[in-house]
Design a protein around this ligand. Structure first.
Ligand code: SAH
Length: 287
């Protein structure tokens, strides 16, 4: 009998590296993720974009943290909305994949917006359990499902997806392997979107700040060039590229002045401002 892919551990984690990433996300309980999610029950594990309302720092000290939490959450929701804007022409008949789904926030955003069926996958079993419980509480468990699966080898049928996205999850995998699986899963004309940090080839090799980010998250930030090389090699033709680097800075500045710091704030600010790191949205069509 072939073990089910959803059975704990069976065949999903294929390297010691992946096991270490899974262990990181299984134990992750950073207030900067959980407190922000508690604002309205949508849990994101990505950063924010757009102008910050700095007035949240003024006013009564006793409610200052609450105001900052709400503002950081507003900025991370703006990021998720921007990604959803690029997913193309979707409706209730379509099926989409949230690759590296965290606690599921982006999957719910897409389902609410388009009514599409969403499968979210993560190599963290605790995230998958959390997200499935969220789907149950929201009454959408039939349409939004989360699975303990590897995005390099998902087990979903070829051509079954109308859209796939990676929101800050490409830096955990080799892009050649990832895009090969995405090209297999996407129907012709389907849409791929990623929002990601990448290092800037025009700066050179990764700066110290980029290396700190890699060490902090146990990840591997790719150069900008590798995205376009591997998209082109896997029948994914870019249709839009948005440089979000400047738009990402207010979030990090506000977060750095909050009580929710994780210690990586200065590295992000140095990397963005010094030009060694970029925050990009890339949308591509599967041809
Ligand atoms: N996209 C989510 C979470 C980003 S955090 C959001 O925007 O909120 C990175 C996520 O990538 C985590 O959920 C982690 O478990 C997942 N991940 C890392 N490597 C993976 C892999 N090989 N397969 C599936 N998920 C993976």
């Amino acid at each position: 009998m072939t073990p089910s892919q959803d059975a704990p551990g069976t065949g999903v984690l294929t390297s010691r590296y992946q096991r270490s990433v899974a262990a990181y996300w299984n134990q992750e309980k950073n207030p900067v993720n959980l407190r922000l999610g508690e604002v309205d029950g949508t849990y994101h594990h990505h950063y924010g974009i757009g102008q910050a309302d700095w007035s949240v720092l003024d006013g009564p000290e006793s409610s200052r943290e609450e105001r900052v939490v709400r503002e950081l959450h507003r900025l991370e929701c703006a990021q998720a909305d921007l990604l959803a804007d690029h997913l193309g022409d979707l409706g209730p008949g379509h099926r989409v994949l949230d690759a590296g789904c965290g606690r599921g926030g982006g999957s719910f955003v897409a389902h609410q917006r388009y009514g599409c069926r969403v499968d979210g996958i993560s190599i963290s079993e605790s995230q998958v359990a959390f997200a499935n419980e969220q789907a149950r509480q929201r009454g959408v468990a039939q349409e939004v499902r989360f699975h303990f699966r590897n995005m390099l080898d998902t087990g979903f049928p070829a051509g079954s997806m109308s859209a796939i996205w990676n929101n800050e999850s490409t830096m955990y995998v080799e892009l050649a392997l990832l895009f090969a699986e995405h090209a297999r899963l996407l129907r012709r004309g389907g849409r791929y979107v990623t929002i990601t940090g990448c290092y800037n080839d025009a700066y050179g090799l990764p700066s110290r700040a980029v290396s700190e980010i890699n060490a902090h998250y146990i990840c591997h930030v790719h150069p900008r060039s590798t995205y376009f090389k591997e998209l082109a090699a896997h029948r994914l033709v870019p249709v839009g590229v948005v440089d979000l680097t400047a738009a990402a800075i207010p979030y990090w500045e506000l977060r750095g002045r909050s009580a929710l710091t994780t210690g990586i704030e200065d590295a992000f600010l140095e990397a963005y401002k010094g030009g060694s790191f970029q925050y990009l949205l890339i949308a591509a069509d599967r041809v």
